[in-house]
Design a protein around this ligand. Structure first.
Ligand code: MRU
Length: 356
């Protein structure tokens, strides 16, 4: 199993994804500031992995707080949450995980005045978020497996695998792993995913490690391979899904969805419930991160473009819901109209929890 993030006695351990595929190096992050910096610099990336990392970073920060009362801890914790929330704007899993940690603190505070007990509960909450992520990806992998025909070639964009989650299965790649575990033969075409190359560096790395057949294409080959009949379906992950199903994912996803629709190829999104943001109605409201132009003009330190040239570096785009054949979640598969199907999936569990 690929270990993306791990809670250890020394701090939060993370596989440095900037160095893959040529170097497999784990970093130990010893403070919440180091974890926040690692999220910002994309040592760890992928919506669920960002959420899990933020939760662990907050648990680490809380456990190092020198406050002697729960009120002191709460004061420190609030500041840490703001630092964490300022790391990356698009993946809603970050805000979801921070909110869960805030709620865990509030609940603990209502039940005990022992500050050490509250700190321990925050660590437990972060560990629960970690484990739930692994479990939910296994569940969505099982739901999604039914949509993949035996012998299929699946095109994916970016990396929505073990590396983008707490580890193990992943989301889009979780569906592929689920289909393979169900006895189907599946091959993958991975878009290289300029500019950060999550497809060629990360997806190809983790699939090769698992001996799942993978072929890399440059992003601009997607239309050609679809036209040649080489793609049976597309599966991508998501950073945030609005109430109407509009989906933010890695830049270039929208282009792939348009091409898939042009060629009547089903385009699926796979994501855990924590990626669905019912607070926003449509993709128009999803903040799109813009990153350093150097990611476009350089590959590592090698310059590819003229000095000082203007650059756009949008990290994500929005795929409108009408291009999405289904959204595969850990609670089942949602289909259009998404406003109803997604709300149904999100609230099912909440009402069960409320009732229980
Ligand atoms: O910029 P990144 O690498 O964090 O973007 C990652 C993606 O867009 C993934 O497809 C998405 O987070 C889903 S990961 C299961």
């Amino acid at each position: 199993m690929i270990k993306t993030i791990e809670w250890t006695n020394e701090g939060v351990s993370m596989l440095d994804q900037r160095l893959l595929p040529t170097e497999e190096k784990y970093l130990t992050l010893r403070s919440y500031e180091e974890v926040a910096d690692a999220i910002k610099k994309m040592v760890v990336r992928g919506a669920p992995a960002i959420g899990v990392s933020a939760a662990m970073g907050l648990a680490l920060g809380a456990s190092q707080s020198v406050g002697t009362s729960v009120a002191d801890l709460e004061y420190d914790f609030d500041f840490m949450c703001k630092v964490m929330e300022a790391t990356r704007p698009t993946a809603v899993n970050l805000f979801w995980a921070v909110e869960r940690m805030r709620r865990a603190l509030a609940k603990a505070k209502a039940e005990t005045s022992d500050v050490e007990e509250v700190k321990q509960r925050l660590v437990n909450e972060a560990l629960a978020i970690f484990q739930e992520d692994i479990d939910s990806n296994r569940a969505l992998g099982r739901f999604g497996a039914d949509l993949i025909p035996d012998g299929a070639t699946v095109l994916t964009h970016c990396n929505a695998g073990a590396l983008a989650t707490a580890g193990d299965y992943g989301t889009a790649l979780g569906v592929i792993r689920g289909a393979i575990d169900a006895g189907k033969r599946v091959a993958v075409i991975a878009d290289e995913t300029r500019p950060f190359l999550q497809g060629s560096r990360l997806t190809a790395w983790e699939l090769s490690k698992d001996k799942i057949p993978v072929t890399i294409i440059t992003d601009n080959m997607a239309g050609h391979v679809m036209k040649q009949g080489k793609v049976d379906c597309v599966i991508v992950g998501a950073d945030r899904i609005a109430a109407n199903g509009d989906t933010a994912n890695k830049i270039g996803t929208y282009m792939v969805a348009v091409l898939a629709n042009q060629h009547q190829i089903p385009f699926y999104v796979a994501a855990p419930i924590s990626t669905i943001d019912l607070a926003i109605d449509s993709g128009e409201e999803i903040p799109i991160e813009e990153r350093d132009s150097k990611e476009v003009t350089h590959v590592r330190d090698h310059q590819l473009a003229p000095e000082g040239v203007d650059v756009h570096n949008f990290a994500f785009d929005i795929t409108p819901n009408e291009l999405i054949a289904a959204i595969i979640t850990d609670r089942g598969v949602a289909r259009s109209p998404y406003t109803e199907s997604l709300a149904g999936l999100v609230t099912t569990r909440e009402s069960t929890v409320a009732a229980g």
